[in-house]
Design a protein around this ligand. Sequence first.
Ligand SMILES: [Fe+2]
Ligand SMILES: [Fe+2]
Length: 174
Amino acid sequence: MGFITPNDFPNLRELYTAQLRYLLSTENQIVDGLPKMIEHAQETQLKQAFQSHLQETRNHVTRLQRLLGDVINDASDKKDPILAAIVGSGENITKETDAGSVRDAGLIASAQKIEHYEIASYGTARDWAQQLGLKEHAQMLQQTLDEEKHADQLLTQISHSANLKASQGATVAA
Ligand SMILES: [Fe+2]
Ligand SMILES: [Fe+2]
């Protein structure tokens, strides 16, 4: 699975480029995974939050492809095994719960792990772009970072009622 070997990245620009390619893999996996989460969520508000973030995520893919086209003229991704593991643990939650508020609480937890991973990754990429004098890159990465933070905050809000319902053992009709 070789994530990084020491001499692959002789300078920050190449490390930055690799970060963009891992991020592209991250976003591609989210585009693949979110439809299942939408399907398995029960609360309308949660479904809608996932749905609108799926739209945003498609934009994140497009932005990364543009940035990669700019630095290496190659918009291919580099498999991100960490995100695959987080998505896998989220899929287990679906298998291990019945449809309802407990599953919703688990789906939110899993989605927030993904958002936090993205927030960390985009924060780094934006800083590197700034350091490399790639101003437009830094702006586009900041835009995505803001959307990830917003998605995370919205999930925190939704989690308050979802967790309450889950703790009461209530199941709500779809
Ligand atoms: Fe994203
Ligand atoms: Fe996201």
